[in-house]
Design a protein. Structure first.
Length: 109
């Protein structure tokens, strides 16, 4: 169950961050509300994972996967460019998340 909670936390954070762009500095009510609810849900579900997944591992996965997803959303919906160094960096982030999950004894299974 903690891995499901972590997935929900990542998705909620990505939704909140995506709405942050549309909130125009938190001046638009609907996107600002989505930001607050998204981040609130993200932190709530992240907190639920910490009983079984070490905080460093959970945060590394949460932030790493979030970075890659937000970058993809920025590229797809906000016309942001992803050049080769950006793609390589995201590949390294995902490789790091994979190494933690596959090889690290720090990750609780």
């Amino acid at each position: 169950m903690p891995w499901l909670y972590l997935l929900i936390a990542v998705c909620a954070e990505v939704i909140g961050t995506s709405a942050l762009k549309a909130s125009a500095g938190m001046t638009k009510l609907a996107p600002s509300s989505i930001v607050v609810v998204g981040y609130g849900a993200a932190f709530y579900f992240l907190s639920l994972t910490l009983d079984q997944i070490p905080v460093g591992v959970a945060y590394a996965i949460w932030s790493g996967v979030g970075i890659v997803l937000i970058s993809a959303i920025g590229w797809r919906f906000f016309d942001q460019t992803l050049d080769l160094p950006a793609l390589m960096g995201m590949g390294l982030i995902m490789a790091g998340v994979a190494v933690i999950n596959i090889f690290s004894k720090s990750a609780a299974h």
